[in-house]
Design a binder for this molecule. Structure first.
Ligand code: OGA
Ligand code: MN
Length: 287
């Protein structure tokens, strides 16, 4: 009897360069159209956990290739909401184009949020690939919820410990002056998650809140909302932020478990198209 032990292929050589003193890094030298070998996949995931935002430069993935890249890191989240004009059912299009294919002046997702926080298993990561970008601006901004949590005083940390946040698609629509449909409400009932969430890979605590966070489970609704607003103002100070200036070919992958993010409409959205391809990875129940 012989035992064959296959040597694991070494990780591909790639470079990871920090993009700011806080967090976020660019990744140079990988072609994401190709499957990653196991050592490379682990090295990429480690860099993702360390830097929270990875910007893979010079990529050109088809929708199928982006889906295949995403699935190397877990389970793809399906998009129930409107997915108009998508070249693939599992790919979501982020765009400011109207039904006539022209820029309509509207930029979605401008409020601080973390993707699908109203789900029982909120998103682990979002992957956004630039397809068509305005000549300037159209940035995506990120806020580090670990740093924001660490900067709280000890009494504040004690106050928030064990507190649940009610995340609600219906109330988040209402807050922004809209109205969820009966179908949307049935599909996404309110969900309670810990406000101080522990990152499953690092054990670090971070604030888990944002646009879909409605109120707190330990105090009256108005008090909880005021507290959440104050916490968001604290957590989105410049010192906790990274602003991504998109380049052609960028593919961004960010950690929804420890960041808030938002689109910045710092371009003429009625004139310039801004189109990105989006895939989402399902996460675990926050603890
Ligand atoms: C998203 C999102 C921000 C942007 O796709 O989840 O929030 O800059 N996008 O378009
Ligand atoms: Mn988002």
């Amino acid at each position: 009897m012989s035992l064959v032990i296959e040597a694991e292929a070494p990780a591909a050589a790639f470079e990871v360069r920090p993009l700011s003193p806080n967090f976020a890094a660019e990744v140079i030298g990988l072609d994401l159209r190709q499957p990653l070998n196991e050592a490379t996949r682990r090295a990429v995931y480690d860099a993702f956990v360390r830097y929270h935002v990875l910007a893979f430069r010079d990529q050109a993935l088809t929708p199928e290739q982006q889906i295949a890249f995403t699935e190397q890191f877990g389970t793809l989240e399906r998009h129930v909401a409107s997915n108009r004009n998508s070249p693939h059912p599992l790919l979501h299009i982020v765009s400011n184009l109207g039904a006539d294919g022209r820029p309509n002046g509207k930029v979605a997702s401008q409020k601080w949020h973390t993707d699908k926080s109203f789900r029982p298993l909120p998103s682990l990561a979002t992957i956004l690939h630039a397809v068509t970008m305005p000549p300037n601006g159209g940035d995506t901004c990120f806020a580090d919820m670990h740093a924001a949590y660490d900067a709280l005083s000890d009494p504040e940390k004690a106050e928030l410990d064990g507190v649940g946040v009610i995340h609600s698609w219906e109330l988040s629509r209402e807050k922004s002056g809209g109205k969820a449909t009966a179908e949307e409400i049935a599909d996404a009932p309110p969900m309670t998650h810990p406000l101080a969430r522990t990152h499953p890979d690092t054990g670090r605590k971070g604030l888990f809140m944002g646009e879909h966070a409605s109120h707190l489970d330990d105090r009256p609704m108005a008090d909880g909302r005021a507290r959440l607003a104050a916490l968001e103002a604290h957590a989105t100070q410049d010192r906790f932020l990274y602003r991504h200036h998109w380049r052609k070919g960028d593919l961004l992958m960010w950690d929804n478990r420890c960041l808030l993010h938002r689109a910045d409409a710092n371009f003429d959205a009625a004139l310039y198209p801004r189109v990105l391809h989006r895939t989402c990875l399902r996460g675990t129940a926050p603890t």
